[in-house]
Design a protein around this ligand. Structure first.
Ligand SMILES: Nc1nc2c(ncn2[C@@H]2O[C@H](COP(=O)(O)OP(=O)(O)OP(=O)(O)O)[C@@H](O)[C@H]2O)c(=O)[nH]1
Length: 475
């Protein structure tokens, strides 16, 4: 009922303009004769290609039918619509002889090369349909490698399939199976004319699908004229050319009601980029802050608060690392264990504050006179351990003497002025890592050397190159 009303409205609206149009066709005598002699014009259309052409309540309806009636109005032909299109395409060329006109939909360039095709009466964009989550398709090239369904019985299908071999084409018999595959996520998308695709999606409530871009070339709808009927083609061309823009739009609006995205939703993209950026920078800031805190914590856990040198734990770790490296790669190293002389006296006579200052001064001398690669740690109360990687025995001895001399230069000022200024000195035990050494044997050897230095009168070093119980050699 609704369809009938639609047709009646469209036809009545054209009736008056058509009367005027008939005279404005400027048909030749030959053409007028043709119409008189072949007044019954059989037009073959598909019965299942909405909204272009289909059957409703036993009647032919759709865009093609409306245009056929318009042509009849203008030319005086008596149109007989027949649903023979599929039959015509699938059987012998002779079958086509049954139809004076049949509908055809293809790219403009293809139609121009077809001597039987009339001028197009309508154009429709060819659009891509995907699930809602897919990004807007700017170009068909973005579909290379993807599975795309196409209805193979339509005229435009083969030219498109041949032109884009990089697309995995899924040929289907009708729109329903193509769209259903997309909805079920079996394939990436479907390509088809906007008019039929849009209407199908709306009528079948595919809420998870959207029309998501269009192919650069439109589909042109035209008629194919029966063989050897050039006069008929001329008449139909004149009639089609005589249909004005408003009439075409009226038919379009009567049958096609589709809204879709013609371009990427830039606002949405901008919002996504902004939200994404905020989220990213938030995470980055959090990562940097956490990392800084982690680094600070690590530093605190490895540093002696008073002297700012490595603490015992870190120094021990470094010692184990260098011992392993020596065993595996032969990276030689020496250690220097030093202890401030008579530190108890300093504390007792000058107070702990001055004692602390003495520790800081010694630590500064050590830092100033060692290499960057040396590890300097506070080993105990007034004891320090220096690890000297890749340092020859001779260089280690030279360095120890230099440290001793520089510590000797430190003067503890007497804050009460009652006592003389105190000269700080330190004693040193020096040794070199040997292949048979353990962490313990190395430290014990350095400690023995240090004790020997103390025994021998302090402010000196004793070096023991190797061997736990070897004879101590005093330099
Ligand atoms: N001010 C201060 N004193 C400390 C610190 N750590 C350890 N001491 C003190 O250093 C002193 C070490 O004394 P001893 O072990 O007898 O050694 P010493 O007096 O240096 O004698 P020798 O080693 O034989 O020269 C003790 O009085 C400790 O309390 C510290 O961080 N600050």
């Amino acid at each position: 009922m609704e369809i009938n009303l639609k047709i009646i409205t469209v036809l009545i609206s054209f009736f008056i303009s058509s009367l005027a149009a008939a005279s404005s066709l400027k048909l030749s005598g030959n053409e007028i004769n043709y119409i008189h002699q072949n007044n019954l014009l059989k037009v073959c259309v598909s019965n299942n290609n909405k909204p272009f052409e289909s059957t409703e309540n036993g009647k032919h309806v759709g865009i093609t039918a409306d245009f056929a009636f318009l042509i009849a109005q203008q030319t005086g032909f008596n149109i007989q619509l027949a649903t023979a299109k599929e039959f015509v395409q699938q059987t012998s060329p002779n079958s086509f002889q049954q139809c004076d006109l049949s509908s055809i939909a293809n790219f403009d360039r293809v139609l121009k090369n077809n001597p039987l095709a009339t001028v197009p009466y309508l154009e429709s964009p060819l659009v891509f349909t995907t699930t809602q989550d897919k990004l807007f398709i700017n170009s068909i090239n973005e579909l290379f490698g993807k599975s795309i369904a196409i209805v193979n019985k339509f005229d435009y299908a083969q030219p498109l399939i041949l032109r884009y071999p990089k697309i995995t084409w899924i040929e289907v018999d009708e729109i329903h199976s193509g769209i259903e595959k997309v909805a079920q996520r079996e394939i990436y998308g479907y390509i088809g004319p906007l008019a039929s695709t849009g209407q199908f999606l709306q009528n079948n409530y595919y809420h998870n699908l959207k029309i998501n871009g269009e192919y650069r070339d439109n589909i042109a709808l035209a008629f194919k004229v029966k063989n050897n009927q050039p006069v008929l083609k001329q008449i139909i061309n004149k009639a089609i050319n005589n249909i004005d823009k408003e009439q075409k739009q009226a038919i379009n609006h009567a049958w096609i009601k589709v809204n879709y995205e013609h371009h990427a939703n830039y606002e949405l993209i901008l919002i996504i980029i902004l939200v994404g950026s905020a989220f990213f920078f938030g995470l980055l800031y959090r990562h940097i802050t956490l990392r800084r805190h982690a680094n600070e914590l690590k530093k605190i856990s490895q540093t002696d608060k008073l002297t700012n040198l490595f603490n015992r734990v870190k120094t021990d770790e470094a010692l184990i690392y260098h011992l392993n490296s020596f065993r595996r790669y032969g990276d030689i190293f020496s250690i220097i264990l030093l202890d401030i002389d008579d530190f108890k006296i300093i504390n007792d006579q000058y107070g702990h504050m001055v004692g602390d200052k003495a520790l800081i001064d010694v630590a500064n001398v050590l830092s100033a006179n060692c290499r960057n690669t040396d590890i300097i740690g506070r080993w105990g109360g007034e004891e320090f351990l220096i690890i000297c990687p890749h340092t020859s025995w001779q260089k280690t001895i030279q360095m120890t003497e230099k440290l001793r001399e520089n510590i000797e230069q430190i003067k503890l000022e007497n804050p009460t002025s009652k006592l003389p200024d105190h000269q700080i000195t330190a004693s040193f035990g020096v040794t070199e890592a040997q292949i048979e050494d353990t962490h313990n044997s190395l430290i014990v050897r350095a400690d023995q050397a240090l004790l020997e230095a103390k025994r021998k009168g302090k402010n000196r070093y004793v070096s023991v190159r190797s061997g736990l119980n070897s004879e101590l050699i005093t330099d």
